[in-house]
Write a protein that binds this ligand. Structure first.
Ligand code: IPD
Ligand code: CA
Ligand code: CA
Length: 266
């Protein structure tokens, strides 16, 4: 049976994600513009990223005032309860800006530093992915299961690119050398959805360098609870250096290839 605390965190995460997803879907202005840029001129933030984070942190703080927060748009407080919420209020901002459907709200809850709950709300797919540590991963009533592993040369592999030009150049170089070794690659534009796609068997694997905790916390738990393996460089957990999620038989050969190609450096 799931611990009452984890059930409470899951229910709150689901409701916060549902509300933020509805705000983003229904409240997107037709003339949506870039509000500011961050690490580079193509790393954009819209007023809706900011409004969604405010909604999520306001809702969660109202119900659990002692919890900490780490949010992409600035929420940062340690809290005193041992629980911290890790939030990407809008993952896939560039897709959202252009009216493409692949974007999501990603909310994870950590207890004593370990991710125990993950919710990824993808409103334009009409899907909410969720997982509780040790309890499996679900979309609606359906239990998620990573795809049976093909050989690496038959694997469909998702990836992504950061916003800083020098990093992108190296990432493109790595991707160019991955393509002839796999079935094909996909660049969906939302790391959280890519990780859920591995969980749902829609991708055999996904890798990216340069993710932040809010991009990956919820999706990586969902992928693991669906039976995928997650990690970084050999022997390391997933991190900003490298994040890799894959069905079990694809994980080691892809990790080895990425190591050989230096996918973990710029
Ligand atoms: C980005 C998306 C994208 C990934 C980038 C992320 P954002 O998040 O997840 O797919 O390639 O590395 O930064 O900026 O849309 O929240
Ligand atoms: Ca993100
Ligand atoms: Ca974001």
């Amino acid at each position: 049976m799931t611990e009452p605390l984890l059930t409470e965190l899951l229910d709150l995460g689901l409701e916060a994600a549902r509300r933020a997803g509805a705000l983003l879907r229904d409240g997107r202005p037709d003339d949506l513009a870039v509000a500011k840029t961050k690490s580079s001129p193509i790393d954009v933030v819209t007023e809706m990223d900011i409004a969604a984070e405010k909604l999520i942190t306001g809702f969660l703080a109202e119900h659990r005032p002692q919890d900490g927060f780490l949010g992409e748009e600035g929420a940062s407080s340690p809290g005193t309860s041992g629980v911290r919420w890790v939030i990407d209020p809008l993952d896939g901002t560039v897709n959202y800006l252009y009216g493409l459907p692949t974007w999501a709200v990603s909310i994870a809850a950590e207890r004593d530093g370990e991710t125990v709950v993950g919710v990824v709300e993808a409103p334009m797919r009409g899907e909410t992915y969720r997982a509780v540590l040790g309890g499996g991963a679900f979309v609606g009533e359906r239990r998620l299961a990573a795809r049976p592993s093909p050989e690496l040369d038959q694997a469909l592999v998702g990836t992504g690119f950061g916003y800083v030009q020098s990093r992108r150049a190296h990432q493109a170089d790595v991707a160019q050398r991955v393509i002839p070794r796999v079935r094909d690659i996909r660049r969906g534009g939302s790391a959280a959805i890519d990780l859920c796609d591995v969980a749902a068997g829609r991708l055999d694997a996904y890798y990216e360098r340069g993710l932040n905790p809010w991009d990956l916390a919820a999706g990586a738990l969902i992928a693991r609870e669906a039976g995928a393996l997650t990690g970084g460089r050999p022997g390391e957990p997933e991190s900003g250096e490298l994040t890799l999620a894959a069905s079990p038989g694809v994980f080691a050969p892809l990790q080895e290839l990425l190591e050989e190609l230096g996918a973990w450096h710029d």
